[in-house]
Design a protein around this ligand. Structure first.
Ligand SMILES: Cc1cc2nc3c(=O)[nH]c(=O)nc-3n(C[C@H](O)[C@H](O)[C@H](O)COP(=O)(O)OP(=O)(O)OC[C@H]3O[C@@H](n4cnc5c(N)ncnc54)[C@H](O)[C@@H]3O)c2cc1C
Length: 694
């Protein structure tokens, strides 16, 4: 995503005045890296793992919207079932957590109130004022809720917790449900906190004149503490109230932490990164049951924040975690999550490919970068060694990577062999893997001046250790980066089920749940994909389920055979999970003997546990596929897009220091934009949207 974003920004109209050509070199047959997906049998979407976009991905949505705008499919490709960005993604407000109570798992369903905003509005370059603005929003959320305690009549009859984080006062708020349980007169502490906070929120009327000073007011924080203390006792016996209280108390601890650590007084958020977020929030008064509870576990699950995939070692730099949590909960537009209506390869990378091609950008598929070489004076990249994995069939000028599934341009799950020369058997090769042993058709050396002037390295940090050996030997910053910026292997599997979720005991199709048990702590219900796939009528799924988690695969670079070994482990893990752990999520999919294997679509004659072989699973162990983490104490080793140390080399990807140092699509996009800005000689955050710390 980082590389394609850089290409997108660099190839804006008029680009030929600056550059002779722009070429994307891509290993294998498809684009997308960790976000790549392709289509298998029956047009099945096969992903690296669950991918959702968050409503705060202002820059990623903007690129997506610009891309669809330019493609203009209603005119250029009216047969395609996804014509606009609004067809491609949809807000998903229902989220869930799995909570452990006295040894039993319990569902915690919440809905983050949707709003009418749309992420990525073109031209909306106004950057939010800063963390202080978010702090006020968080405070407002608490206060609105506190005030609503007096109004028991507005309680959601389902008793569900409704979270809202928009700047506007929501119809129902997170603490409405507190009233349900307390049935008490509003405690004095709540009124006191409300009064104080209102003063701050009223800004100009604040006794401090400055709302930030107000947040730091010990009187207010003390009043919020007293709310917690009183409610803590009241809510102990009621799961809904207890969860609501946890949410509030974590928010209060976060505010207190930012005040105590001087962030509102100008201390950079990144300074907090040396400490793990859990220990930081605990140190600032987060109650143990909230710190150890589902909310924060889900944040760690979502970001695969476990050292070496060991779930007993959660670690996430506090500064990066605060930024992500705050943006996620308080900056979203439309919905907190946005889900894709087909694979990420189909709705993001294929359109980007088409639009970039249309702009005149060249693509060289089957080109694996092996090494970057320095100039004799070690100030620039002089040459790039490339292994060409396949040649084009005679008469072809370029590889066409897309096929249509029900009219939608998609990447297939293997190269289109008919377009390649001497490629018999290539479709079974792991061309995207460092351990691939398929012999190269050709060795190429790209030379500065002849083949390139400027290079954007969009190969992830896990792989940089392999292709950037000369740079690592030359500059300690490179050595520090590859040694310290950690990555983790992940695993995922997908199943296609004959019966709809309500029939299987789950009444809320479409939910994304996190915080569940190892090894697949995250589950997403994906019924919106059924119509995007191409199943025969007599074998059509009524439900699709994605599962995902970290994979404890160690740090050694994967070699040939490693992937196969881990694939087998994931398969075994998936089988055990379906037999032993699925009951809690989809009770009807399990009987006395374990998982009902006959539920699987596409089994192709296989029965019993063997039917699992017909579904999809993946072990993401390749250095390039490993998820980039934000472990405490590592942020300082990231290089910025313009900090390669070499005149003609720029960096793009979620592993750089983009200001949002968390492994996600928005970080990759930010980094790609910053790389393009650097190439063009513009300021780092020129035309970058959304809040970023300075
Ligand atoms: C299982 C999983 C689930 C995730 N879920 C989410 C989610 O829900 N939401 C979210 O926002 N983010 C999610 N992420 C993170 C997201 O996928 C990444 O942040 C994003 O893809 C990073 O983009 P990138 O451009 O930095 O790197 P990559 O996506 O890894 O792209 C790197 C590119 O470099 C290419 N490459 C590597 N080596 C070579 C070589 N030697 N020669 C040529 N090309 C090479 C790769 O093929 C790829 O095209 C998830 C990640 C994983 C692993």
């Amino acid at each position: 995503m980082g590389g394609l974003t850089a290409a997108w920004r660099l190839s804006e109209p008029g680009w030929r005045d600056r550059f002779e050509r722009i070429t994307v070199y891509q290993r294998g047959w498809r684009l997308g890296g960790k976000g790549a997906s392709s289509r298998g049998r029956h047009g099945r979407i096969q992903e690296h793992g669950l991918h959702v976009w968050l409503g705060f991905y202002e820059n990623a949505f903007r690129v997506l919207r610009e891309c669809y705008e330019e493609l203009d499919r209603p005119r250029s490709d009216p047969r395609a079932p996804i014509l606009t960005w609004r067809d491609a993604v949809r807000p998903a407000s229902a989220v869930g957590l799995e909570d452990r109570e006295r040894g039993d798992w319990r569902h915690w369903l919440a809905r983050f109130a949707p709003n009418d905003l749309e992420p990525g509005d073109p031209g909306d370059d106004e950057r939010p004022a800063g963390l202080a603005e978010f702090a006020l929003r968080a405070l407002r959320l608490i206060i609105d809720g506190v005030e609503s305690l007096a109004d028991v009549g507005r309680i959601d009859p389902t008793g569900r917790v409704v979270l809202s984080t928009s700047a506007e006062t929501p119809a129902r708020t997170v603490v409405d449900s507190l009233a349900l349980g307390t049935q008490l007169a509003v405690p004095a502490a709540l009124l006191e906190a409300t009064r104080l906070a209102r003063l701050e929120l009223d800004g100009g009327h604040s006794q401090f004149g400055d709302p930030i000073a107000g947040i730091a007011d010990p009187e207010l924080l003390g009043a919020l503490d007293r709310i917690q203390d009183r409610l803590g006792g009241i809510v102990a016996e009621d799961p809904d109230l207890r969860r609501t209280w946890q949410y509030m108390s974590l928010t209060v601890a976060l505010l207190r932490g930012l005040v105590a650590d001087g962030v509102f007084a100008g201390v950079p958020l990144a300074r907090l990164d040396d400490e793990d977020y859990l220990s930081w929030i605990r140190r600032h008064g987060g109650p143990p049951e909230a710190v150890d509870g589902a909310l924060l576990r889900a944040l760690y699950d979502m970001t695969f924040a476990y050292v070496d995939g060991d779930t007993s070692r959660p670690r996430f730099g506090a500064g990066s975690a605060v930024l992500l949590a705050v943006k996620m909960a308080l900056e979203y537009k439309g919905g907190i999550f946005w889900k894709m209506c087909a694979g990420m390869g189909d709705v993001v990378f294929a359109p980007l490919y088409q639009a970039l091609r249309h702009r005149g950008v060249d693509f060289e598929f089957f080109h694996r970068v092996d090494a970057l070489h320095l100039s004799p004076d070690r100030t620039a990249i002089d040459a790039i060694s490339v292994g060409r994995q396949a040649r084009l069939a005679p008469g072809l000028e370029r590889y066409e990577p897309l096929v249509r599934v029900r009219g939608l341009p998609c990447f297939p799950d293997a190269p289109v062999v008919a377009q390649l020369a001497d490629a018999h058997g290539i479709q079974d090769q792991p061309l995207e893997s460092h351990g691939c042993t398929w012999p190269d058709a050709e060795r190429r050396t790209l030379r500065r001046g002849a083949d390139f002037d400027v290079a954007v390295l969009a190969i992830p940090v896990g792989m940089a250790g392999i292709v950037c050996g000369e740079l690592i030997d030359d500059r300690p910053e490179w050595r520090d980066m590859v040694d310290n910026v950690a990555t983790v292997a992940t695993q995922a599997f997908q199943i296609w089920l004959r019966e709809p979720e309500p029939a299987l005991g789950w009444p809320h199709p479409g939910v994304t749940m996190s915080g569940y048990t190892d090894p697949f702590d995250t589950w997403a219900s994906m019924p919106q994909l059924i119509d995007a796939e191409d199943w025969p009528d007599d074998d059509r799924p009524a439900a699709i389920a994605y599962f995902c988690g970290v994979l404890p695969a160690g740090r050694a670079v994967a070699v040939a055979g490693d992937r196969d070994r881990h694939q087998e482990l994931v398969r075994e893990g998936a089988k055990a999970f379906l037999d032993q752990n699925l009951r809690h999520l989809l009770p009807g999919a399990v009987n006395g003997g374990g998982f009902r294997w006959e539920l699987l679509c596409g089994a192709n004659g296989l029965s019993g546990p063997a039917a699992l072989d017909s579904q999809f699973w993946t072990a993401n162990v390749d250095p390039s596929d490993r998820y980039v983490q934000s472990l405490p104490g590592t942020g300082r080793y990231r290089l910025r897009s313009d900090e390669s140390g070499y005149d003609n080399l720029f960096l793009a990807g979620d592993w750089t220091d983009s200001g949002l140092n968390a492994g996600c699509i928005e970080a990759a996009v930010l980094s790609g934009l910053q790389a393009a800005n650097a190439v063009l000689g513009r300021a780092r955050n020129h035309r970058v949207a959304g809040y970023l710390p300075d």
